[in-house]
Design a protein. Structure first.
Length: 246
């Protein structure tokens, strides 16, 4: 007899104000929605970053000669390029775009720096430590729930962007299927499912990309592992670097 269908629901939290530095996101969330044990709260990285004071003016940056040269080739503001350099632990590609490794291990274009919905001459950096932010938010909610901080990111050899997890707490980043049997009884040896990214992508689908003002989504009814491996692995970064430099 088959198992009953999972009762999964996604709730888009409406009514959040435009977040500014110092705002108490958990309190704002709880004023609009009652978080329960087992929920997965997904928050756009933009509101977490704004609450943590990660907004910067381009005039805060003094471009180096390297940034000026790269900006000329890219057709970008040298101050912006300098900001990308400062938010990156490594630059993987400088042309035709800046593909970088952030200080917390995420690989993406322009170190994930956002220029939308922040005003002229302003930029928004990613949270400095997204997993640490997710943990603090989860603890402040006072529930046995998971928190995922999401961002949008391009994918290799595909057009368009999709939601990914840049920080998480209370949930495994990966579900490990290695050792499980397939339909023919063969043991899986490679498969690790990026469940945090899958949930982030679903959340992004509900949040929207422009001026929707809906940067928070709650999923209820998900069964998920609480601990597991990291999404950001040094081995993969080393492979990328060696191939790009070959």
């Amino acid at each position: 007899m088959s198992e009953p269908a999972v009762s999964l629901k996604g709730y888009l939290i409406r009514g959040l104000p435009i977040i500014k530095e110092g705002d108490d996101i958990p309190t704002l969330i709880q004023s609009l929605f009652e978080i329960e044990d087992g929920d997965v709260l997904c928050l756009a990285s933009t509101i977490v970053a704004k609450s943590e004071g990660r907004m910067r003016h381009l005039d805060d940056y003094r471009p180096s000669s390297h940034a000026i040269e790269a900006a000329r080739d890219l057709g970008k503001d040298p101050r912006f390029v300098q900001a990308v350099f400062e938010e990156s632990s490594d630059i993987l590609i400088e042309r035709p775009f800046l593909l970088t490794v952030t200080h917390f291990g995420h690989i993406g274009v322009n170190a994930g720096i956002d220029q939308s919905n922040v005003g002229d001459e302003m930029i928004l950096l990613l949270p400095k430590d997204p997993c640490g932010s997710a943990q603090r938010l989860s603890q402040a909610l006072g529930r046995d729930c998971a928190v995922i901080i999401t961002d949008t990111c391009g994918r290799p050899f595909r057009n368009g962007v999709a939601g990914v997890a840049v920080g998480w707490s209370g949930i495994a980043a990966l579900r490990d299927w290695r050792g499980e049997l397939d339909i023919h009884g063969r043991a899986l040896s490679i498969t690790q499912e990026a469940i945090a990214d899958e949930i982030a992508a679903a959340a992004n689908l509900l949040m929207g990309e422009a001026g929707d003002l809906t940067p928070a989504v709650v999923f209820r009814g998900l069964k998920y592992p609480r601990s597991g491996d990291d999404l950001f692995r040094e081995k993969e970064k080393d492979v990328i670097r060696s191939r790009l430099n070959s």
